[in-house]
Design a protein around this ligand. Structure first.
Ligand code: SF4
Length: 294
C-alpha cells in the first residue's frame, strides 16, 4: 500500500478500507494545524496507477468492506471528473461497495455544480467529513480557515439538496480565552441552519510548530483554560437544536460527552455541570501538555 506520512481518519471510519488518493492539504494555512507536517510536500494527488494497485491489494484482504475512505486532508478538492474516475475504480475492485467517504473542505464543494454533486452522490460519495471547526466569523478568519460562516451554510445546504450526508469536525477552544461562550452561541446559530449527521468535537491542543503557538508568543491570542473549554462545550450543546449526534472523539478530549442532541441534551449538559464542578484545571492541563501527538 502507498501511504505517505501519518494517515488521519475519523474514528467512525475504523472499518472502512483506507485508500490514499491524495496526500497533504491544498490549504495548509490553518494556524492551529500541525496534522500534515510529516508529508514531504504540500499536496499531491496519487497517480491513478498507484490507486489501482492499492485497491487491488486492499480488496484481497479487506474483501468485505462496505465502505472505502479516501485518505488525505481534502480529496474532495479533486475535480468532478477525477472523483468520478476514482469512484469507478473503487467499483471495479469493490463491486458491492455501498459508499465512499473522505475529508472535505467547504471550499472543495464550491466549484462543483449541484448536478455534479448529485452525480457524485449517485456514484457513492456520502457521509463526507468536513472540518468546519466553528461557526464564528472572527475565529474562522483569525485562524485562516479560508472560508466563513456564509460559505459553511451555503455549501452545506447544497449537500442537503442532493442528499449527500456530511459530518462536521468542531474544534473546542478555537475562540480563545474569554470568547468561548459567545463563540459557541455563534456556532450554534450557524450549525442550526444545516444538517450535519454527526458533530465530532476535538479540543484545541497547541503544538510549538503551529502558527498559533507563535501568535501566543507574540501576545496576539490567549488560549482558553481547560475549564473554559468545558463551559464552551456546554453552551454549544445547550444552543444547538438540530437532530444530530454530538460526540467528543479522539485523544484531544480530556473528558467525553456524547449523545443524540435533542433527546440527550439535558443529560449531556448535566454531565458537563458535574464534570466542571469536580475537575481540577491543573490536572486537565497536565493531560493536555502530555499529549505528544493527536
Ligand atoms: S485543519 Fe484541515 S484544512 Fe486546515 S490546514 Fe489542517 S488539514 Fe488543512
Amino acid at each position: 500500500m502507498h501511504y505517505t506520512g501519518t494517515i488521519w481518519r475519523p474514528p467512525y471510519e475504523a472499518y472502512s478500507a483506507l485508500v490514499q488518493v491524495t496526500a497533504g492539504c491544498t490549504h495548509h494555512k490553518c494556524k492551529f494545524c500541525t496534522l500534515y507536517e510529516d508529508v514531504p510536500f504540500k499536496f499531491r494527488m496519487s497517480p491513478l496507477s498507484e490507486v489501482e494497485e492499492d485497491l487491488k491489494e486492499i480488496s484481497r484482504y479487506h474483501r468485505n468492506a462496505k465502505r472505502v475512505f479516501f485518505t488525505g486532508a481534502n480529496p474532495f478538492v479533486l475535480s468532478f471528473d477525477k472523483l468520478k474516475t476514482l469512484a469507478e475504480l473503487v467499483k471495479k475492485y469493490y463491486p458491492k461497495v455501498q459508499s465512499i467517504g473522505c475529508f472535505a473542505r467547504i471550499t472543495d464543494i464550491t466549484p462543483k455544480t449541484t448536478e455534479q454533486l448529485r452525480e457524485l452522490r449517485q456514484l457513492g460519495y456520502n457521509s463526507i467529513t468536513i472540518g468546519a471547526e466553528a461557526g464564528d466569523e472572527e475565529s474562522l478568519s483569525f485562524m485562516h480557515k479560508g472560508f466563513g460562516t456564509k460559505e459553511i451554510i451555503a455549501e452545506s445546504k447544497r449537500l442537503d439538496e442532493v442528499g449527500m450526508d456530511y459530518n462536521f469536525f468542531y474544534l473546542a477552544g478555537i475562540y480563545g480565552s474569554g470568547r468561548g461562550e459567545i463563540g459557541a452561541k455563534n456556532t450554534a446559530k450557524v450549525f442550526n441552519q444545516v444538517h450535519p449527521k454527526i458533530i465530532v468535537s476535538s479540543m484545541l491542543t497547541i503544538y510549538p510548530t503551529s502558527e498559533l503557538h507563535q501568535e501566543i508568543q507574540n501576545g496576539n491570542w490567549t488560549e482558553e483554560t481547560e475549564i473554559e473549554k468545558l463551559y464552551e462545550l456546554k453552551t454549544l450543546i445547550e444552543n444547538l437544536n438540530i437532530e444530530t449526534y454530538f460526540a467528543t472523539m479522539g485523544a484531544s478530549n480530556c473528558i467525553n460527552v456524547e449523545g443524540h442532541l435533542l433527546k440527550d441534551k439535558a443529560k449531556m449538559t448535566k454531565w458537563l455541570d458535574e464534570v466542571i464542578a469536580s475537575v481540577d484545571e491543573k490536572e486537565l492541563r497536565r493531560y493536555r501538555e502530555n499529549l505528544r501527538h493527536l
